[in-house]
Design a protein around this ligand. Structure first.
Ligand code: IMP
Length: 422
């Protein structure tokens, strides 16, 4: 943590790297926690004082009384889902309104955006993205098309603007012959959410964050999704629609590149992906099943099975480069405890061509592996690096050399204290 700087905490593969687990560890060190991209497609599972919460739009600093939490301009927000999430926290005794500030530039997800999400997916036939169905793509499309509704619009002739956009959406749905939907109940909840949002500070958070930085305060930019789901740098078109990488921190919060301090890149000791799209390390065998079972790899938002595989150094090197990762954080190492050998994907190959650089189109590439000995020892009770079994130390050394970036934090179990700083 650096005073007067923004540090970023980013999932650097396909999301679900376990950010929720380390957030406990990070948030107490910062004055401000800000979300800069995405919306309710995220599901950060946080266990706080024995109770489990799934945060979708609200930053994880909300559990610490002294923190300011910001939903930045790069985010999209669904008022009904936001209200449900916020009310759950309020019911658990957390006071939100003074501490949660929402950018007036963030875009609103309308009920019809969610219908459009379904309609576009249906129209894609076999090439579905496998979205979370939360209306993310259509909302960011409207933003780029300069017809979206922003949080600031809530305070200014809202009903007229809402109806105009809804009618436009209905026309598109009719053109797509996607008419089997009924949003009446959803829309009532959504409008209640709009009213509910008015009790929050809807402000120009870009000025606010920069003021904090000038005052020497520290800001944590909390990522959502993962780098390979970035609209520019991910495995397009099988991506989300926001800028999930460190560049997105600047555009999604309104902070300049020279305010960025540390960039923490979170990855798992193996790979997972939810939804469709190329995944060269995917295992279709018992090992893949085993990783899914031990790692409990089921989606937090959709409950879908996560696709599982060995660690992918091609993807990680690329993500480290794109993000400028300064410190790596390795999660869920203990999931690999039982394996005789651990495989590491070092390159991709296709049609006689082998590459260690992430290709433009990862479709059809096969993973090339190296094998390392497994540690065959439970890690979850270990709290000191000195106690790590030699093959696990060798795995860490191997990764650090290959990735040319230090692994500064290692998690060896879901327990809060099983996070080892190096
Ligand atoms: P969307 O963000 O709902 O449009 O979904 C686009 C793709 O990103 C789909 O493959 C989703 O499964 C994936 N995705 C979106 N959010 C997350 C996340 O928080 N974790 C993992 N995958 C995600």
């Amino acid at each position: 943590m650096t005073q007067g700087k923004v540090d970023a905490l980013l999932g650097i593969v396909f999301g679900d790297e376990g950010k929720g687990k380390v957030v406990d560890f990070f948030t107490p060190r910062y004055d401000v926690v800000a979300r800069f991209a995405g919306g309710p497609n995220a599901g950060h599972t946080i266990i706080f004082e024995g109770k489990k919460f799934v945060l979708r739009s609200i930053p994880s600093g909300i559990f610490d009384e002294g923190k300011v939490n910001i939903i930045g301009n790069g985010c999209v927000i669904a008022p009904d889902l936001f209200m449900a999430e916020a009310r759950e926290l309020e019911a658990a005794g957390y006071q939100l309104t003074d501490r949660l500030h929402i950018s007036r530039r963030a875009h609103l997800i309308l009920p019809t955006h969610r219908v459009l999400d379904r309609a576009y997916e249906a129209a894609k036939g076999k090439a579905k993205v496998g979205t979370t169905g939360k209306g993310i793509g259509p909302t960011y499309s409207d933003k780029a098309a300069r017809i979206g509704l922003r949080v600031g619009d809530i305070l200014n002739d809202f009903d007229t603007k809402y109806t105009a956009l809804k009618v436009r959406h209905e026309q598109i749905l009719s053109d797509l012959h996607f008419t089997d939907y009924d949003i009446a109940d959803e829309e009532r909840q959504w409008m209640e959410g709009i009213e509910y949002m008015k009790k929050f500070q809807l402000s120009d958070t870009e000025h606010e964050i920069n003021r904090y930085l000038r005052e020497g305060k520290s800001v944590l930019a909390e990522g959502a999704q993962g780098s390979l789901l970035d609209i520019d740098h991910g495995t397009y078109p099988f991506v989300s629609s926001s800028s999930t990488t460190s560049g997105g921190v600047c555009t999604g919060l309104g902070v300049a590149p020279n305010t960025i301090g540390h960039i923490f890149g979170i990855f798992k000791a193996y790979s997972t992906r939810v939804g469709s799209g190329p995944f060269p390390v995917e295992l279709f065998d018992e090992t893949g099943e085993e990783i899914r079972r031990i790692g409990n790899e089921f989606g937090a938002v959709t409950g879908r099975n996560r696709r599982c595989g060995w660690i992918d150094l091609v993807a990680l090197k690329y993500a480290i480069m794109i993000n400028g990762v300064t410190d790596l954080v390795m999660m869920k190492s203990d999931v690999l405890d039982g394996f005789d050998t651990i495989k590491v994907c070092t390159a991709y190959t296709k049609d006689g061509v082998t590459t260690t650089e992430m290709p433009y189109d990862t479709e059809g590439w096969q993973a090339v592996y190296e094998e390392l000995p497994g540690w065959k020892t439970p890690l979850s009770h270990l709290r000191k690096e000195e106690d790590f079994p030699a093959p696990f130390k060798a795995y860490i050394d191997y990764l650090e050399k290959a990735l040319e970036t230090p692994i500064k934090i290692i998690s060896v179990s879901p327990d809060r204290d099983a996070t080892i700083m190096r």
